[in-house]
Design a protein around this ligand. Structure first.
Ligand SMILES: [Zn+2]
Length: 314
């Protein structure tokens, strides 16, 4: 049997046909095209799904289930999407709408949870007892897998690790609170701090890397400058890592997973980030002589959204 996995993003709808082992056999995409009625978006998702199945040489009969990762919260039981801020969706009866086009079992979950599942099935946390996945992107998403199953809590509003408060009265967050982890450990936070530091230290290497225009300072610019040993960028990077380590320590103290996986844009910094994070976490661990979560980089990259969505159906 094969599975259809759909990664519903704010910009693109990415669809893949995936086998039992989490391998993508064929994929396609369409623009999300927001804002437009959700009915039209769902119709496009179904259309691309049919195309991808046919182009791969399969029929809908071969498809066991369809899974969808959404950039918001989803109720896997009712198939309703209560909130999807990026898409301006509120209480969208997603499963019912999709079934007007394709009558297959349909599973939905949050995109970070879906990425966590992908890494569990075919990535770096394959076969582990428990794992927590962190996407270090525009925001900071979290996905929790326990005994092979996604865990988002009783009311499906959990695993919002980015909104763990790590600083009382800290940086204001989009969620309405202050001092959330996301404000310190997302790519957005890294960029904000890099721009601030550059304004105070215009001699920083970041200036040359961004062509003198602070608007061009990206997470990559900050990290490249830090890698090159620029003291201003290194200071920003070290504070970033400290924030991320605080979040990781909280995860270890809460649920003690076997593995913590770092994904998303900032994770492209590779071993430079990984080694710094491991270093920063070690002295903060509570039980010094006990083993604790391994920290790893995500392996699947952008395909994780499709693979994980497909595996919801498995
Ligand atoms: Zn928040």
């Amino acid at each position: 049997m094969v599975y259809v996995g759909i990664d519903l993003g704010g910009t693109n709808i990415a669809v893949g046909l995936v086998d039992e082992g989490g391998r993508i056999l064929h994929q396609g995409s369409a623009p999300t095209g927001i804002p437009r009625p959700y009915q039209d978006i769902v119709a496009d998702m179904a259309r691309v799904s049919r195309d991808v199945v046919a182009q791969a040489g399969y029929t809908m009969e071969d498809v066991k289930a369809v899974g969808v990762g959404v950039p918001g919260i989803a109720d896997p039981e009712t198939g309703v999407i209560p909130f999807c801020t990026n898409l301006h969706w509120h209480n969208v009866p997603f499963r019912d709408e999709f079934h007007k086009h394709i009558d297959k079992p349909l599973f939905i979950d949050n995109d970070a949870t879906v990425a966590a599942l992908a890494e569990y099935v075919a990535g770096v946390s394959a076969g582990t007892h428990s794992s927590v996945f962190l996407t270090l992107g525009t925001g900071l998403g979290g996905g929790i897998i326990i005994n092979g199953k996604p865990y988002s809590g009783y009311h499906h509003i959990g695993s919002e690790i980015g909104h763990t408060i790590i600083a009382l009265d800290g940086e204001p967050c989009t969620c309405g609170n202050d001092g959330c982890l996301e404000r310190y450990a997302s790519a957005t936070a890294l960029i904000r701090e890099a721009r601030k530091a550059y304004a105070e230290h215009p001699d920083s290497l970041m200036g040359r890397l961004c062509g003198g225009d602070p608007a061009n300072i990206s997470g990559k610019v900050a990290i490249d400058a830090a890698k090159a040993g620029d003291p201003t960028a290194l200071d920003v990077f070290n504070r970033y890592v400290h924030g991320l380590a605080a979040g990781i320590i909280s995860i270890i103290n809460f649920i003690d997973p076997q593995v913590i996986v770092l994904g998303g844009g900032v994770s492209l910094a590779g071993d430079f980030l990984l080694n710094a994070v491991r270093e920063a976490v070690r002295p903060m661990v509570f039980f010094k002589t006990m083993p604790y979560a391994g920290i790893q980089l995500a392996k699947l990259g952008p395909d994780a959204g499709i693979i994980g969505a497909a595996m919801l159906g498995k």
